[in-house]
Design a protein around this ligand. Structure first.
Ligand code: FES
Length: 183
């Protein structure tokens, strides 16, 4: 569902930039004026800058530690853009807290926002329930109903809680893998 809408802002954080890139390129191809904003904790973790530059008319870069580009969050730059020009749509893909804060801002400005959710998935068929999210008060399964949703309807707090559910097991598995690597 990529349509010509006018000016669109594509916001990506961390590895979410890889998912955002083809959408950004598609939005440009159908005739939108595309502003990209990409961010990472530090310069070394920033991915696909060249690809995003080619896919956007204007690319802004942010790092949390100020090692490259704007020192601060993608939301700071998004706010500046929304304050200075008309934006028809925002696409935000990255860590859940980033998408939550982007949606909080765009809601204030009344700008529709699409997000792409990445909950834990097991079977990918809509049967296991692992990827359950709440959107507009209704249960949805990101694997079959998404992963793209209207960001203003997503219950991000629940999504964050669910993403932490297996944190201990994930850490144990990670430690085990490191141990095996050393053996
Ligand atoms: Fe199992 Fe979506 S991954 S329901």
């Amino acid at each position: 569902h990529l349509e010509k809408k006018g000016t669109v802002v594509c916001v990506g954080g961390g590895t979410g930039i890889a998912v955002l890139h083809p959408i950004t390129r598609g939005l440009k191809d159908v005739g939108n004026h595309v502003i990209g904003i990409i961010g990472a904790r530090t310069q070394n973790l920033l991915i696909m800058e060249d690809n995003m530059r080619a896919a956007s008319h204007d690319l802004r870069i942010c790092t949390d530690d100020g090692s490259y580009g704007h020192h601060g969050f993608v939301t700071d730059v998004l706010k500046e853009i929304l304050d200075s020009q008309d934006v028809a749509m925002v696409v935000a893909i990255g860590p859940i807290p980033m998408m939550k804060f982007v949606c909080g801002i765009t809601k204030e400005y009344g700008v529709s926002t699409m997000v792409s959710l990445n909950p834990i998935m097991v079977d990918g068929t809509g049967m296991c329930g692992g990827c359950r999210v709440t959107v507009g008060g209704k249960t949805k399964y990101a694997c079959v109903d998404g992963p793209d949703f209207d960001g203003h309807q997503v219950d991000f707090d629940e999504a964050m809680r669910r993403q932490q559910m297996y944190k201990n097991e994930e850490q144990e598995a990670h430690q085990c893998r490191i141990g095996l690597g050393r053996a």
